[in-house]
Design a protein around this ligand. Structure first.
Ligand SMILES: Cc1ncc(COP(=O)(O)O)c(C=O)c1O
Length: 473
């Protein structure tokens, strides 16, 4: 239809004036961005049988999937709650915290927690000498300086040594649950409160562990978890941050969500000094969240099962002069997926390890420096102990400026840090001669008895029984 108006010469009727749309509907096929083949590749990855794959193929097609699904937490075409939101809600319910932030990794949760807690240039964070590299690394990623504190026979941070690590620059302490073992939180919290330090709990290796009846991660200011596939509550690559502190949560969210995506008004001026800054993206994918929301609900029962197994085995063990059992800060708590002990020297440890393996009792350990028979000669040094965290010890940074270790802001505040092997002698010693025995959650009473009998058999062959020795539990 052709008409003439005041501003138009010979005109067709524009859609804006009520005419027909030029592109009312796409003629060619619309395929979902992520469709059948992509989902089938996940099914293949997880080993679905050819028959099962075929059944899915024959009942679902790309057309059934429409335009979606969009695997994003924010851009979902489905009005229902996303799996990310579901995971967040379940985490809040289980841990009983006000806030939960799903993240793409435990490292992402830790980095967000550091920033949320006010860790930054010119500050220091006390981290344990045994744990994992990510704790110290995320302090450096937040442009602050990690200070290593020695451990005790629980392998967790020694509360009695924290005070000596405090300087005017210390803003936080980050106790780590070491392979299911819980730090002694009461004295840690006491010293933190006395010195006004934030407590950033790294619970990556102990999701679901408790200390005196309370979930680890809920005792300090913020708790961080990893849900990576090699953790006991394993997904693929995922993480979680929990807290009751609204401001810490907001700031953690800014770091994890590109500096403001979660703010009610992204462009509003800062509501308090330091509210706005550039962030990164640690968002959890919907695919991972779909798995994690199921996994996290298994956590309480799984940890209870592990603790029953641990306590059953420990209560059947005899005591020996040459063996020091790992100290348990809460014998009813923790996450008992393994037990540990320290033979009096490395040589004895090697003999015991070989004999236990021959009995069919799988032992593992942090890698001993003198030999790497578990992973082979060329195994890299183990990153669970400070002396092997070379990027920190050698003060490396990506631009070779020495930042944050020689950052002027740090120096102006009197900061000066030197690291070397030997700084934490208890960690050096215990790390090099610990033995750990892993459990399977499927063990029954008979398995526990057979394992305890096997340990007693081996230890009796190499050590001296001592009824007055330190009890295992
Ligand atoms: C104590 C500790 N903190 C943090 C992390 C990092 O978790 P993720 O691998 O999910 O980044 C790990 C992982 O092994 C860990 O053991």
């Amino acid at each position: 239809m052709s008409v003439t108006t005041a501003n138009q010469k010979t005109e067709v009727m524009l859609a804006i004036n009520g005419g027909p749309k030029a592109f009312a509907k796409q003629h060619g096929p619309r395929k979902p961005k992520i469709g059948m083949e992509e989902f089938m590749s996940i099914a293949e990855r997880f080993g679905f049988s050819e028959e099962a794959l075929q059944r899915i193929r024959s009942t679902v097609s790309d057309d059934d999937l429409g335009e979606g699904p969009t695997l994003s937490r924010f851009l979902t075409s489905v009005p229902a709650k996303t799996k990310g939101e579901d995971y967040e809600q379940k985490a809040r319910e289980i841990f009983g915290t006000k806030y939960a932030l799903p993240t793409s990794s435990g490292t992402g949760a830790l980095h967000s927690a550091m920033i949320g807690a006010g860790v930054g240039p010119g500050t220091e964070v006390i981290v344990p000498a045994i744990g994992f590299f990510a704790t110290a690394a995320t302090v450096v990623a937040a442009k602050a300086v990690p200070v290593f504190c020695d451990v005790d026979e629980s392998l967790c941070i020694d509360p009695e040594k924290i005070e000596a690590c405090i300087t005017p620059r210390t803003v936080a302490v980050a106790p780590t649950c070491v392979m299911g073992a819980v730090p002694d939180m009461d004295p840690i919290l006491e010293v933190a409160r006395k010195h006004n330090l934030k407590v950033i709990e790294d619970c990556a290796q102990a999701p679901g562990a408790k200390y005196k009846g309370r979930y680890m991660g809920t005792l300090g200011d913020v708790g961080c978890f990893s849900i990576s596939s090699y953790k006991i509550v394993g997904g693929g690559e995922g993480g979680l941050l929990i807290t009751d502190d609204e401001r810490l949560f907001e700031r953690a969210g800014l770091l994890a969500e590109c500096g403001g995506l979660t703010r009610p008004d992204r462009f509003a001026p800062p509501r308090y000094p330091g509210e706005l800054f550039c962030g990164t993206n640690y968002r959890l994918s919907e695919l991972e969240a779909a798995i994690d929301v199921v996994q996290i609900q298994k956590m309480p029962a799984l940890v209870e099962k592990y603790n029953t197994i641990r306590n059953s085995v420990l209560s059947q063990l005899k005591t020996y002069t040459e063996i020091v059992p790992q100290k348990l800060n809460d014998p009813q708590g923790g996450a008992g997926y393994m037990i540990r002990f320290f033979p009096e020297n490395e040589e004895l440890g090697r003999k015991i390890a070989a004999a236990l393996n021959a009995e069919g009792i799988g032992i593992g350990r942090f890698i001993w420096p003198s030999e790497c028979e578990i992973r082979g000669k060329d195994a890299p040094p183990d990153w669970h102990v400070y002396k092997n965290m070379f990027a920190v010890l050698q003060k490396m940074d990506s631009a070779e400026t020495g930042c944050p270790f020689s950052c002027p802001i740090y120096i102006e505040k009197g900061g000066r840090i030197e690291y070397s092997e030997g700084d934490c002698p208890v960690a050096d010693d215990l790390f090099d001669r610990n033995i750990q025995i892993w459990f399977d959650p499927g063990y029954d009473e008979e398995d526990c008895k057979n394992i305890a009998d096997g340990i007693n058999k081996v230890l009796s062959a190499y050590c001296t029984e001592d009824p007055d020795g330190r009890p295992w539990i």
